[in-house]
Design a protein around this ligand. Structure first.
Ligand SMILES: [Zn+2]
Ligand SMILES: [Zn+2]
Length: 341
């Protein structure tokens, strides 16, 4: 079968013929229909320090995808051939304390599809059945391929009660933009988004941000302009940029709650006194809650949550090089690879 493989210890990802994956008794075999490219895939493409430390080559990459169940392991219940599924990319151990307590997103032994095990930029992928989520009827394939990053946005946004609150999102990448949409959908008042990339600020505006401003803009001026007198109630840090995090902490109201999703590439010094004296709550977000986030985003999408604007480019899988080039440029939202052609 065709697959995109990290096969050499140098920048790049290559289309190759690889053997079909075998499935175990608890697995599903999924024929991939649509995939989306993640920042993580770009790290693997670039072969940066994180990728060199984490990826063992050769590795089939890719973890944001949907497809059709074409084979069902002998011990699997509740799934059948022909179902359309999206798949949680974190494969959890099932035996650590958090897994056993139903907090699988906090598993100590999680492995990533397309990272520590073969991934979904391929015609077929084998996954544990427990990781599959049956797509609601009528959901477009390309939306199904974006549930992993949408799940990051939903997990972050729904960590706090947002109704009637003012939200600051630092980082207008696809997850920041989707988070803006989710915050408005669940009843936030103002959602202010910051970034250094004008294209993505435009995307954030199209996706419901009240204001989308360059990171150099004084956030207190934006507050004044919007009639906010105290500070932001909720902060969603989605850039991984140290300056953005510090700017966010500066303008939180006392008692503000902050979700940290963006991954910095180095240690980030912050003024801890701001956290202590202003009673801020900081929460780290990794992945999606299994599987509450999946059910909640599925039902929100069925009841009117519209993230379609986040998808800005579509390519047949064969043209993956162009697709990665677009992702590298930063002039895009989500970029979809179509594996059905
Ligand atoms: Zn991803
Ligand atoms: Zn576990």
């Amino acid at each position: 079968m065709r697959a995109l493989v990290k096969s050499k210890a140098e920048p790049g990802i290559w289309l190759a013929e690889v053997p079909r994956p075998a499935i175990g008794p608890n697995d599903l075999l999924v024929r991939v229909r649509a995939t989306s490219i993640c920042g993580t895939d770009l790290h693997i493409w670039k072969w940066d320090a994180w990728a060199q430390e984490t990826i063992r080559i050769p590795r089939v990459v890719g973890h944001e995808f949907m497809g059709e169940v074409v084979d069902v392991g002998s011990e699997v219940g509740g799934f059948e051939r022909g179902q359309r599924v999206a798949v949680e990319g974190h494969v959890t151990c099932g035996h650590c304390r958090n897994c056993r307590a139903g907090r699988r997103h906090l598993c100590r032994n999680a492995e990533g599809i397309g990272i520590q095990r073969d991934g979904a930029f391929a015609e077929l992928v084998a996954v544990p059945a427990v990781n599959a989520y049956v797509l609601p009827a009528g959901m477009l394939d390309e939306i199904g391929a974006c549930l992993d990053p949408l799940g990051n946005a939903v997990h972050s946004a729904l960590s706090f009660d947002l109704a009637g609150e003012d939200v600051l999102v630092t980082g207008a990448g696809p997850i920041g933009c989707m988070a803006a949409t989710v915050c408005r959908f669940v009843g936030a008042r103002h959602v202010v988004v910051t970034d250094t990339n004008e294209y993505r600020l435009g995307l954030a505006r199209r996706m419901g941000a009240t204001r989308a401003v360059l990171s150099t803009v004084d956030l207190r001026e934006v507050m004044k302009d919007l009639g906010m007198t105290e500070g932001y109630d909720i902060g969603l840090e989605m850039s991984g940029n140290p300056a953005a995090l510090r700017a966010l902490l500066e303008v939180m109201n006392n008692g503000g709650r902050v979700a940290l999703l963006g991954i910095p590439s180095e240690e980030v010094p912050i003024d801890v006194n701001q956290v202590i004296f202003r009673g801020l709550v900081l929460k780290g977000i990794y992945g999606r809650e299994m599987f509450e986030t999946w059910y909640r985003m599925g039902t929100m999408l069925q009841s009117g949550l519209d993230i379609s604007a986040v998808i800005t480019h579509r390519f047949p899988a064969e043209r993956y090089e162009e697709a990665f080039e677009v992702v590298r440029s930063g002039q895009c939202g989500k970029v979809i690879l179509d594996w059905t052609v």
